[in-house]
Design a protein around this ligand. Structure first.
Ligand code: NAI
Length: 332
């Protein structure tokens, strides 16, 4: 299938080209899909996008007026796609339902360990021959209570990792799973907020979960709570969390995603003046660690993303193999 692949980096090109084996005619583009670049996409029957591409109604209508029949996401999350608009235009949307839950769950652990044992600060100190331990005091994770919000593929793996360390794991999910019950104790969101030393977000971004962590939620949490978000930035009201950091309600914040990340992440902006004052404020706290949406970024995950994406193109074109379609009714 002739496919325009947006937002590609060298690693995307490498893994997709390897998985493709010249089956599909792929054009790799550096640019994001946005209203400004939609006219490029409209020429192709298939468009392949990532998490920060803009696939809203306006863009989809332009794609629909062109040749586009398939939007293939290289991600599990599809909160950036207006599914209703796609259905209206008769465009199929497919995604990569699971590529490596371990990649994201293990990255959440990396954030927790960095925040707790302050290895980011220790690394810099030792390089400058500063062997002082002042300010590096951590706590044993063993015996602490971890609250997992969302016990899907990633949440379960994360819960098992934390249970392995010796934490008590509480969880909240509107659809509890029997598999997760072997590791977690399901509870209400309110109780999870009240009892957890560490809270990790592993649910999707939907209208219901938008700003799940807001002022009211923060008030219910333990003083000095550690918050970890590797899911989607919009789950957290960033301004409320900044207030929480200032009042020391929030003791640690680990983020792999940020509400306004579209204009920042996946690019080298080190020579530019960052205009986002909220993001820059976050960077000033010693107890905040931010990574630029790299939870998925392991070799295994990229291999799986590429293989499933190529599989989606083939399935759509030939009807052979599974097509992981997402509609307003059904998520495969
Ligand atoms: P999943 O679909 O397997 O699990 C999501 C779970 O959240 C489900 O059990 C669902 O019932 C639950 N849920 C839905 N609404 C909820 C609510 N209001 N409160 C609590 N739980 C709720 O998804 P998976 O694969 O575990 O991924 C989770 C999220 O992680 C994705 O939606 C995506 O946003 C994010 N993600 C981030 C990556 C990164 O690189 N940082 C990479 C991959 C995914």
């Amino acid at each position: 299938m002739r496919t325009a692949v947006f937002s590609t980096k060298p690693y995307d090109r490498r893994f997709l080209a390897e998985a493709n084996e010249n089956q599909h005619e792929i054009t790799f583009l550096d640019v994001r899909l946005t209203p400004e670049t939609a006219s490029i996409a409209a020429e192709y029957p298939a468009v392949c996008v990532f998490v920060n591409d803009v696939v809203n109604r306006g863009v989809i209508e332009e794609l629909g007026e062109g040749n586009v029949e398939l939007i293939a996401l290289r991600s599990a999350g599809f909160n950036n796609v207006d599914l209703e608009a796609a259905e209206g235009e008769g465009i199929t949307v497919a995604r990569v339902p699971a590529y490596s839950p371990h990649a994201v769950a293990e990255h959440a652990l990396a954030l927790i360990l960095t925040l707790n044992r302050r290895t980011n600060r220790a690394y810099n100190r030792v390089r400058e021959a500063n062997f002082s331990l002042d300010g590096l005091l951590g706590f044993d994770l063993h015996g602490k209570t971890v609250g997992v919000i969302g016990t899907g593929k990633i949440g379960i793996v994360f819960a098992r990792i934390m249970a392995g360390i010796g934490c008590n794991v509480l969880a909240y999910d509107p659809y509890p799973s029997d598999e997760a019950k072997q590791t977690v104790e399901y509870t209400s969101l309110k109780e999870l907020f009240r009892a957890s030393d560490i809270i990790a977000l592993h649910c999707p971004l939907t209208p219901e979960t938008h700003h799940l962590i807001d002022r009211e939620a923060l008030q219910q949490m333990k003083d000095g709570v550690m918050l970890i978000n590797t899911s989607r930035g919009g789950l957290i009201d960033t301004q409320a969390v900044i207030e929480g950091l200032k009042s020391e309600k929030v003791g640690f914040l680990g983020l792999d995603v940020y509400e306004e990340e579209e204009d920042l992440f996946f690019q080298d902006l080190s020579n530019r003046v960052i205009q986002d004052d909220v993001f820059m404020r976050l960077l000033t706290f010693p107890n905040v660690v931010i990574t630029g949406h790299q939870g998925f970024f392991t070799k295994e995950a990229l291999e799986n993303i590429a293989a499933t994406t190529i599989g989606n193109l083939t399935a759509f074109e030939t009807g052979e193999g599974p097509l992981h379609e997402v509609t307003t009714e059904r998520v495969a």
